[in-house]
Design a protein around this ligand. Structure first.
Ligand SMILES: Nc1ncnc2c1ncn2[C@@H]1O[C@H](COP(=O)(O)OP(=O)(O)OP(=O)(O)O)[C@@H](O)[C@H]1O
Ligand SMILES: [Mg+2]
Length: 532
């Protein structure tokens, strides 16, 4: 009896939780745990969206970011892009409803995926400023739409406070977002400036202008072409989990299992589909939604057993070696640059590719730990460095082999910036904040292989540099003794001293020239392979 009363009491409190309410309470999960990080997260979500939208529309991105202080710990953030904009009916939902987006249900490389980034930022803004966000959008047609928007947190629905429509004689297109937030502005370390600088390195085809509290900084465009646009692919059988297969069987439009396997998955032809059916002891003519639990389990197992070729990799959009070098050169004052783009690989049926860039020497400090720049789908990862597969891979490489110092289980020491880009249709982030990549062994292995390729090239350069330094030292020594040696030889040979000096200098020059040619041949081979 007592249990029944308690159960009835508890049942009264059972109700649905809105996702907006959940993230309002757990805002740290989205990167809003302190004011410095929150400000960076807002800018990052807006800029990442702008870059995604521009790239998808084939537009070279022009992005303006502005941060203006309005009070103690209060700032207005504005981000404007020249992208395709959003149609009027969808505008409130894209910005005012959490878990609403265009990228979640597709397998294709993009910066955003969850449909939570910008609405999370607006949620944080209204929580800390109590004010609506202003969004202006145009698709380049007759009108420009502006809405003042808040999120109805208990219902997770957009609440448009006011809206207006203006004529668009200039055919402007893009999105402008403006919101007030509680924040703290810094310029060192994990800051907006550092995020924009790293974004500029990885996206050198974008022009980004930042108007901050301390003035204007322009990150110019040095590459005039957008990277190859990634294509959407279907899931590969090796990456599909049992529960997902069950849902796909329920939702498919295919009339029978054979056409379901052929049409809803990548790399499954008639022969492999029939093989799967045979292994699972299911007739290929069965209706997909008629399968019971045991049959689905057997089909799932059969799908993992049949040999299939890897998924297509045109769903990826790598940056490429040449662009990586251009990006690094424009933002980092180093003397030598190396880039490696590995061919795509697969984890859990999902394609991914690793790229590595190195900037060495020049103004970089030789006595400190190297700077590690981590990127996932062209977005800089600014936090949780220690938890990231990229950091683990860098530490596991033996950098002493490539001419650097390295304390055990640490990043190497030397005048070096290491850039690692992980590109995939589904980046296995460790949390919703999207700041670290999970340590799948296949991923760590690929990153290490790319780092080792780059490391070997670095070693060649360092050895060459060391050798030419030694030669220079020897030359200096020799030059210093030429007058003395010439005087002595002149005494015993009766040849005038000046003539002997001339002869010795000729020998020295010839020797150096031969060494130069030899070194040049080695470096030419390296340069073409690098594309540098
Ligand atoms: N600047 C923009 N231009 C065009 N469309 C945009 C822009 N910003 C956002 N959108 C649209 O709004 C949707 C929601 O954006 P949001 O940042 O919340 O999610 P997302 O980018 O899909 O994923 P994530 O949560 O990982 O960032 C996007 O999927 C996109 O369709
Ligand atoms: Mg986003």
């Amino acid at each position: 009896m007592r249990n029944k009363i308690i159960a009835e009491k508890l049942s009264k409190n059972l109700k649905e939780i809105s996702v907006a309410e959940f993230f309002e309470k757990n805002r740290h999960l989205l990167g809003y745990e302190n004011t410095t990080k929150a400000m960076l997260t807002v800018v990052k979500e807006l800029v990442d969206n702008s870059l995604d939208a521009c790239e998808e529309a084939g537009i070279l991105p022009n992005i303006n970011v502005s941060v203006k202080q309005t009070g103690e710990n209060k700032y207005i953030i504005k981000v404007e892009d020249n992208g395709p904009g959003i149609v009027e009916e969808k505008l409130p939902f894209a910005f005012g409803k959490l878990l609403y987006g265009s990228k979640f249900h597709r397998l294709r490389q993009s910066r955003g995926i969850q449909g939570i980034g910008v609405s999370g930022a607006i949620l944080y803004s209204q929580l800390t400023s109590g004010k609506p966000a202003r969004i202006t959008s145009s698709t380049g047609k007759r009108y420009i739409n502006t809405i003042d928007l808040m999120i109805d947190v208990t219902r997770n629905e957009p609440h448009v406070i006011s809206s207006k429509r203006e004529k668009n004689p200039e055919k402007w297109h893009g999105i402008k977002v403006e919101m007030e937030i509680e924040g703290r502005y810094i310029e060192k370390g994990q800051s907006i400036l550092e995020y924009l600088k790293q974004t500029a390195i990885m996206n050198p085809y974008a022009r980004i202008v930042f108007n901050g509290p301390n003035g204007k900084v322009t990150f110019s465009r040095v590459v005039q072409d957008l990277p190859k646009l990634s294509k959407e692919i279907k899931p590969h059988p090796y990456g599909v989990e049992l529960g997902i297969l069950r849902r796909m069987l329920k939702e498919t439009r295919a009339k029978n299992i054979l056409s379901f396997l052929k049409s809803d998955f990548s790399r499954v032809g008639k022969t492999s589909a029939l093989q799967m059916c045979k292994l699972a002891r299911i007739s290929p003519k069965r209706k997909p939604h008629s399968l019971d639990h045991n049959e689905i389990t057997r089909l799932h197992k059969a799908m993992q057993t049949v040999k299939l070729i890897s998924p297509p990799t045109d769903c990826l959009s790598q940056i490429g070696e040449e662009t990586i070098i251009k990006g690094l050169k424009k933002e980092i004052e180093a003397e030598h640059f190396i880039a490696i783009t590995r061919p795509p690989s697969v984890y859990k049926g999902r394609p991914f590719a690793v790229e590595v860039g190195l900037a060495y020497g020049g103004k970089l400090n030789p006595n400190k730990q190297v700077d590690l720049l981590r990127f996932a789908n062209k977005v800089p990862l600014m936090y949780h460095q220690g938890d990231c597969a990229i950091t683990k891979a860098v530490k596991e490489v033996d950098w002493r082999r490539y001419g650097l110092q390295q304390p055990s289980n640490s990043l190497p020491i030397g005048p070096l910036v290491i850039l690692v880009h992980f590109a995939s249709v589904w980046v296995p982030f460790t949390s919703e904040g999207k700041q670290a990549i999970a340590s799948y062994p296949d991923i760590i292995k690929e990153i290490k292989l790319a780092l080792q390729d780059a490391g070997r090239k670095l070693k060649k350069y360092i050895s060459r540099k060391r050798r030419s330094h030694e030669i220079q030292m020897r030359k200096n020594l020799f030059e210093r003794y030429i007058p003395e040696a010439a005087a002595a030889i002149s005494k015993i040979s009766d040849v005038p001293k000046e003539k002997i000096i001339e002869g010795l200098e000729k020998i020295l020059k010839k020797g150096l020239k031969e060494i130069d040619i030899e070194e040049g041949e080695n470096s030419n081979e390296k340069e073409t392979k690098n594309g540098s």
